[in-house]
Ligand binder design. Structure first.
Ligand code: ZN
Length: 476
């Protein structure tokens, strides 16, 4: 018995495809604020005799994701019935894909602490989302009763299954985050929907090269949850092994409120699902359209281009490209002002202020922001006053340059700076004496005084220079 453990994680990431209607019927998928069970029809309620019709857009989106993940898109793909009973699944089976998934054998490159890791994508197949259950009175194992809402039933899902190539909870988070960025770039996914991305994780620990029993952790709904759930589960399994025990092969439920995983049921095996072909849906021949499905520039490519084209650092490029909307915004700003300065202002100042306000970049007009940055570029506005104007603009929903004019924030002219400096010297003889006596700190106090007199519009570096000139003149 040694402590030579290796963590082995495979992820199943369920993504709701952002189509207007459901996977096999014309019910709207826009049900988030609707009353329960109002977006349903005989197909998504699974009533006998109803017939599914495949959503063409969902298939196109699935191909787009497959291509972006370097998968082989099958020429012919078909659906199967996955049979199991669950209250949110009124048909008693889920229409899914089995031996002919639309996408196979792909790859995702993720960066963990600056190092690239390749994660194999085993398959990315289409299926329908079940309805949703609301456990009243607490979590699944503590609630008194459960309500079911079929509004979600039949929403198109893509299940992306990785090879067991993930070696740590942090790497799992990188996989989910990288995938989310790609999905956003592909415009197939709406991150603002609750439950739009859900993760199941298969976790086992190899000890001295021998693979241990696997558990499947279900119901992880966020990237933060991925790390938390997996850290808990990895520690739990390691502790069992260290005590000489065994890990039970089972399905566990992640309780996000408590940050723990709990036993849900014995893990099903494939044969338990009695897959058989969905005879109501014909085989889909992708050869007729897959070549026309276009994959846009992806985050990694855009990152590399930003470094190349705009001369920004790796770190800044990553901040600018992790969300498509931010990258688009930056390129609009960089079209009219110095690209490197624009990068700093977008990646550091703007994102920080937006983050602080929990606001989105689409609340800012690129040309108005560019006008602010160009005042800084032309040396007409100090950084500090530009930030002030930006904050006020975000708070008040107005163009920042309007605030610069209204509050007279433009940089003080040289005359004004010299005048304010002389006044500060006259009014603060003690500080002047300290400075002349060799106390270099005293100059900071005087700079502060000048800044105050000019309402922050003087350039601190210039003030420092003028102060030293004036004071060093007095010395002689
Ligand atoms: Zn329906």
């Amino acid at each position: 018995m040694t402590d030579d453990f290796e963590v082995v994680i495979g992820l199943e990431i369920h993504v709701q495809l952002d189509t207007a209607t459901k996977m096999f019927c014309s019910c709207s998928t826009d049900y988030e604020d609707s009353e329960p069970n109002t977006h349903t029809c005989p197909v998504c309620l699974g009533l006998p005799g109803s017939l599914p019709v495949v959503n063409e857009r969902a298939v196109e989106y699935a191909v787009r994701v497959g291509k972006a993940l370097d998968c082989d898109v099958r020429d012919e793909t078909r659906f199967h019935r996955k049979n199991y009973y669950y209250p949110d699944l009124p048909k008693n089976f889920q229409i899914s894909q089995y031996d002919a998934p639309i996408n196979e054998d792909g790859e995702l490159v993720v960066s963990v602490e600056g190092e690239d890791h390749e994660i194999g994508i085993r398959r990315a197949h289409m299926e329908e989302d079940p309805g949703s259950l609301m456990h009243k009175g607490g979590s699944i194992e503590r609630s008194n009763y459960t309500l079911v809402d079929y509004n979600r039933s039949g929403t198109p899902l893509l299940e992306i299954v990785t090879e067991p190539d993930v070696r740590s909870p942090d790497e799992a988070r990188a996989v989910v985050e990288t995938l989310r960025e790609i999905l956003e770039y592909l415009d197939v996914y709406d991150a603002s929907r609750s439950g739009a991305l859900r993760v199941d994780a298969n976790v086992s620990i190899s000890q001295d090269g021998e693979e241990g029993n696997r558990t499947e952790v279900k119901n992880i709904g966020s990237t933060k949850g991925v790390v938390r759930a997996l850290r808990y589960e990895v520690t739990r399994q390691k502790n069992r092994l260290k005590r000489g025990g065994d890990v039970t092969q089972e399905t566990r439920h992640y309780d996000d409120d408590r940050g723990v995983t709990v036993t849900l049921r014995e893990k099903e095996e494939e044969k338990d699902y009695r897959y058989f072909e969905e005879a109501d849906i014909p085989v889909i021949r992708t050869t007729e359209f897959k070549d026309d499905v276009h994959v846009p520039e992806l985050p990694r490519e855009r990152r590399a281009r930003f470094e190349d084209e705009y001369g920004v650092s790796d770190e800044v490029a990553e901040k600018l490209t992790s969300r498509k909307a931010v990258a688009d915004f930056y390129e609009e700003v960089a079209a009219s002002v110095d690209a490197e300065l624009a990068a700093t202002w977008v990646a550091d100042e703007l994102l920080r202020e937006l983050n602080y306000r929990d606001a989105d970049v689409d609340e800012v007009e690129a040309d108005e922001f560019a006008a602010l940055v160009s005042l800084v570029a032309d040396d007409e506005l100090t950084d500090a006053n530009a930030v002030d104007a930006l904050r006020a603009a975000l708070d008040e929903g107005r163009p920042p340059v309007g605030i610069v004019e209204e509050r007279d924030l433009r940089k003080a002219g040289e005359d004004e700076t010299v005048e304010a400096t002389r006044a500060a010297i006259d009014e603060n003889p003690d500080a002047v004496e300290d400075y002349l006596g060799g106390d270099n700190e005293a100059i900071n106090f005087l700079v502060g005084q000048v800044m105050q007199k000019t309402g922050g519009s003087a350039d601190p570096a210039t003030v420092n220079e003028v102060l030293r000139e004036e004071l060093d003149g007095q010395e002689s």
